[in-house]
Design a protein around this ligand. Sequence first.
Ligand code: ACO
Length: 381
Amino acid sequence: MTTTCEYKPGLDGITAAYSGISSVNGKEGLLEYRGIPIEELAEKSHFLETAYLLIWGYLPQADDLEAFEAEVREHRRIKYRIRDMMKCFPESGHPMDALQTSAAALGLFYSRRVLDDPSYIRAAVVRLLAKIPTMVAAFQLLRHGNDSIQPRDDLSYAANFLYMLTEKEPDELSARVFDVCLMLHAEHGMNASTFSARVTASTLTDPYAVIASAVGTLAGPLHGGANEEVLAMLERIGSVENVRPFVEECIAKKSKIMGFGHRVYKVKDPRAKILQKLAEQVFEKFGADRYYEIALEMEKVVAEKLGQKGIHPNVDFYSGLVYRKLGIPQDLFTPIFAIARTAGWLAHWREQLGENRIYRPTQIYVGKRNQPYLPLEERSL
Ligand code: ACO
């Protein structure tokens, strides 16, 4: 059989879109949002401004930013029916599943699919950015039998989320560190969940379905779910002495070490560098974390054993340690990633709508041909 197309597993190196949202240089470890280096944004911006930059394509003027922040603040609350629906979710359900279901449910209330109406687009952007954190925090409280907490209008986006989780106003450092974490996770080119968002967007379905499909894709352990797995792995290793045998065993068994490796970065992920510094800041203020020592040893041993293959810490390696120090439960790490990445997904949704053609790749058929249909009684394994 001859074919003109070549199959690349994982679509490695295949171009799926032109995009002006972010650029990733995997050889040098550089990440830019709309041309601005991530390090500069992490130092000078804040999450909602960065979300604005990603989604609308430019840094806002002061009054634009103020209006955008006010709109997001105004839409933070969720309808009581969504809350009531969430009360029926099983307590043992994973928060990512709860988030995917709740995000899709927003479409029941707001979907009109007027995708050529800028005010519909703006309202969907605002609602999703505003309500996703409230839904994550609500599930955390509801699954423990507590009522959810109403958002506080006097708090920033990051501080309000931490407040809704704990009913305690966070200190300045925790709120700032969390805000930077959101910025670092907001966008990263054509990764699996973003591709999923764009494929869904290309059918011209509603934006709530776009975000719900992206959340489902982010949940997997090879993608956003890795941050949760990293802490579980560090706990399993238990001590600095156990690191080397653990890494050697993973290599011998060809199993993946969570928080390491990346399809694009062949050097240390620039976000991991920033996260590591943030981790050190929170440890200085709130006390050291014994798993940090294990993490540092892992980075050293993995560099020694796998560095030549381009396997280095990715964004997920240090984020879990930061979140844990901020008192965030482990299974909320990936939903927090989703809160942040909603900005990137929405930017890609808008970009996809701008030059839309439905995604419809091809396949190379490798199955049988010309098979007879056998009656039931003649079939054998
Ligand atoms: N540990 C050990 N070996 C690894 C790792 C790892 N974490 N990552 C890649 N490798 C090795 C593979 O075994 C393979 O070796 P081989 O060529 O000898 O067979 C080689 O590096 C290439 O690996 P692939 O799986 O083909 O790389 P791919 O680009 O498909 O996967 C991925 C990238 C999924 C991130 C992978 O590195 C991985 O599974 N890492 C662990 C999970 C993780 O941390 N995911 C988070 C990624 S960041 C994000 O999604 C936000």
